[in-house]
Ligand binder design. Structure first.
Ligand code: AMP
Length: 190
């Protein structure tokens, strides 16, 4: 079983590249953002709490996320591979994911660290906001999300560097060139 963490700032192309990975490898998609948006649409207590953080460009607290993913992992346990998209987003979440995967006899195979400069990220997210219908794809919230990413999420890179599974990917250029680099990293992972 391959467990792929697709990592990068908001707008780095994680969702787009995840779709291509799913089409090629048949992996299951595990997106904490999608799970949270579903909770919001269903009007659950978790959704109501999460929405406040999301609309401010802040992270939902680690305890809520970690509790939520333990249940959600059950749904993907028989997959040939899983893509973790938008998770882990803090060092504590990366540690928790390792514990939860080890408990199931598996571990992260590769972490794809997609690099895109800030100017390009903002342009992409503003553009996405025209059609995504997402309440957090506006300039003010985008800027907050980028600060949150730098302050709270980039330490995740150190976690996977120490684990030896971090592979840097240039996320600017032709979609297919980026995807070819991603496939190379997945194919040569354990
Ligand atoms: P995304 O769809 O991955 O861009 O996530 C949208 C928003 O959901 C983020 O800005 C956070 O507020 C929240 N979120 C998604 N995943 C996580 C996570 N792993 N930890 C904390 N908050 C998250």
């Amino acid at each position: 079983m391959k467990n792929v963490v697709i990592f990068g700032a908001p707008g780095a192309g994680k969702g787009t590249q995840s779709d291509k990975i799913i089409a090629k490898y048949g992996f299951k998609h595990f997106s904490t953002g999608d799970i949270l948006r579903k909770q919001i649409a269903e009007g659950t207590e978790l959704g109501k709490t999460a929405k406040k953080f999301m609309d401010e460009g802040k992270l939902v607290t680690d305890d809520l996320i970690i509790n939520m993913i333990d249940n959600e992992l059950e749904a993907v346990k028989d997959a040939s591979g899983v893509i973790f998209d938008g998770f882990p987003r803090t060092y504590a979440q990366a540690e928790a994911l390792k514990v939860l995967l080890n408990k199931r006899g598996t571990d992260v195979s590769v972490m794809l660290n997609i690099h895109v400069d800030d100017e390009e990220l903002i342009a992409r997210l503003i553009n996405r906001g025209k059609t995504s219908g997402r309440s957090d794809d506006n300039l003010e919230t985008i800027q907050k999300r980028l600060v949150t990413y730098k302050e709270q999420t980039t330490p995740v890179i150190d976690f996977y560097k120490k684990e030896g599974s971090c592979v840097d990917i240039n996320g600017v250029g032709e979609l297919d060139t980026i995807f070819a680099d991603i496939c190379k990293a997945i194919d040569s992972s354990k």
